[in-house]
Write a protein that binds this ligand. Structure first.
Ligand SMILES: NC(=O)C1=CN([C@@H]2O[C@H](COP(=O)(O)OP(=O)(O)OC[C@H]3O[C@@H](n4cnc5c(N)ncnc54)[C@H](O)[C@@H]3O)[C@@H](O)[C@H]2O)C=CC1
Ligand SMILES: CC(=O)C(=O)O
Ligand SMILES: [Mg+2]
Length: 529
């Protein structure tokens, strides 16, 4: 351990004054080498220093790593299935040396964070997400599997890069594409029927299509659609509590969502479900959705069917002086929203004018969620949000920012609204429950658990999410909530020596204790496969 610290310290001195990204990349390389040499020590270091190292192995540094992956590549990690492996995937899966795999994170590299199509270089994301599974949920490192489906790339720069490691062809489309994913899912579920497969960073059309196609057939979820939605919902309910209002006030919140992709639409679908649980009468939520062409209304030509339910009826917004394609600043000025939530992938889109317009919000504590990753793609910085929108805002971002010094001893708290607060618990709970698929009820239980985790006193101080230092505890609680939901829906079939009968008779506290114990037993034993 001492050697590692002196190594990091030496790099710190060498790189002093250099760009922040260079330093972060150097840290990633040191950790990656440690990962290759001594897996047990790597995870010990990660767990003990999760606040320092999450921003290295996860967002934002992992984004930089993916952008430069071919140059950083030393030895492979995980499995690559290429379009050329069609017909061979079953035998490839049976060639994987571990006897059992519990968690798989799968990507096709088509939408890596807000950085677009990075082809096979996107493998850094499944690796980073699974590191979080080990650190936060205690999944055995020998039972995780990062997977890249290499179906080509449409990134011309990569296709021309001599160091690029993936297939040099345009992405497969249509049935050809789906047949590759189908074959992979069949192979995985044949060998490891209880493994949980997390779909990550797929471009929107395939994110929705594969979720629809597989969610009842396999034990899978889409983190960008479903994990993000739960974290955002917890944050949105937190902002209602921060205003000192009852949760039912959520029905009256005006929420502007910027970004109509897999994440933004996932959030709105989940928010609408939450509204319908709160009221028996038909609610008309005040949600406004924008994409790169501005406010989406029913007048939009070629509207994406997934966005259509959230398109505004022109008559409803005419009174506000808004029309199809209205700009973000116009929408904020006229709607005076309680919440401005960005999942656009466009850095700086919440500019000074937009943030200043949030000062006129109808909320006593306007909320600004700049959820896009990595840091460069955040819709605004924390400093700008507090400076332009005022000190009484509640602020959250997808990648970490420092808290903001507001002067006079006051601090503007920065929350990290990132799906890392849910996906490890969703995976852990699903695994322990032994459920064959992940139901809406299990996901809802996860979100509600996170939403009720913070105390009123913390929420009043603008703290909506736990600190990353307590990610193991929140993950255990989320895991327990997921197990209990699976039991309540009669989906739990048990795991290992814990059958469905034992699960049914367990209290919430006992389930939580089992989830927490899982951390202790599995993650630091090198040979417990
Ligand atoms: N904090 C978190 O936990 C998560 C953050 N994200 C971030 O959200 C971002 C978007 O992800 P996806 O929805 O999967 O991407 P996507 O590509 O499916 O959707 C992006 C959406 O943003 C819209 N957009 C682009 N430029 C815009 C502009 N100038 N103004 C308004 N809208 C604009 C596009 O039209 C599209 O609707 C990424 O940066 C990703 O890193 C995604 C999942 C989780
Ligand atoms: C956090 C995450 O999943 C994303 O930015 O895509
Ligand atoms: Mg993602």
């Amino acid at each position: 351990m001492l050697v590692l610290w002196s190594h990091i310290d030496r790099w710190r001195k060498i790189l002093k004054g250099q760009q922040h990204g260079v330093v972060s990349l150097a840290k990633w390389r040191i950790l990656n080498r440690l990962h290759d040499r001594n897996e047990t020590l790597y995870y010990r270091v990660l767990i003990d220093n999760i606040e320092d190292f999450a921003p290295i192995i996860y967002t934002p540094t992992v984004g930089l790593v993916c952008q430069n992956y071919s140059g950083l590549f030393r030895r492979p990690r995980g499995m690559y299935f290429s379009a050329k492996d069609k017909g061979e995937m079953m035998s490839m899966i049976y060639n994987w040396p571990a006897h059992q795999v519990d968690m798989i994170v799968l990507t096709d590299g088509s939408r890596i964070l807000g950085l677009g199509d990075l082809g096979v270089q996107g493998i850094g994301i499944p690796i980073g997400k699974l590191d979080m599974y080990v650190a936060a949920a205690g999944i055995n490192p020998q039972r995780i599997l990062p997977v890249m489906l290499d179906v080509g790339t449409n990134n011309q720069k990569l296709l021309e890069d001599p160091l690029y490691l993936g297939l040099r062809q345009p992405r497969l489309e249509g049935e050809e594409y789906l047949s590759i994913v189908d074959e992979f899912m069949e192979a995985v579920s044949t060998r490891w029927p209880k493994a949980v497969v997390q779909f990550e960073d797929f471009q929107m059309k395939w994110a929705f299509e594969t979720l629809q196609r597989y969610r009842k057939r396999f034990c899978m979820f889409n983190d960008d659609i479903q994990g993000t939605a739960g974290v955002a919902l917890a944050g949105l309910l937190g902002t209602v509590r921060a205003q000192g209002r009852p949760l039912t006030e959520f029905l009256n919140q005006k929420i502007v969502v910027v970004g109509a992709g897999s994440a933004g639409l996932g959030v709105l679908n989940t928010a609408v479900q939450a509204v319908s649980r709160m009221t028996e009468t038909a609610a008309n939520p005040q949600f406004f959705l924008l994409d790169k062409n501005g406010l989406i209304t029913k007048e939009r030509k070629d509207i994406d069917p997934a966005a259509a339910p959230f398109a505004k009826v022109p008559g409803e917004i005419g009174g506000l002086g808004l029309r199809e394609g209205a700009s973000l600043v116009e929408v904020v000025k006229k709607v005076k929203p309680h919440v401005l939530l960005g999942l656009s992938g466009v850095g700086g889109i919440f500019n000074m004018e937009v943030l200043k317009a949030m000062r006129e919000s109808d909320s006593p504590k306007p909320a600004i969620f700049a959820m896009s990753n990595p840091t460069m793609n955040a819709e605004c910085t924390a400093v700008d949000a507090f400076k332009h929108a005022g000190e009484n805002i509640v602020f959250a971002s997808g990648s970490p920012f420092e808290n903001v010094d507001l002067g006079n001893g006051k601090v503007g708290h920065v929350n990290q609204a990132n799906n890392m607060y849910l996906f490890p618990g969703i995976g852990l709970g699903t695994l322990l429950s032994g459920a064959h698929f992940i139901s809406d009820g299990m996901l809802q239980a996860a979100a509600e658990c996170l939403a009720s985790y913070m105390t009123d006193e913390e929420i009043q101080r603008g703290i909506l999410y736990p600190s990353i230092g307590s990610i193991r505890r929140i993950t255990a609680e989320v895991g327990a909530a997921v197990v209990q939901a699976a039991v309540a829906e009669d989906l739990a079939e048990g795991h290992g020596d814990m059958g469905p009968r034992e699960l049914v008779h367990m209290s919430k506290e006992e389930t939580g204790a089992i989830c927490y114990a899982k951390h202790v037993v599995s993650c630091l034993q090198p040979s417990c496969s």
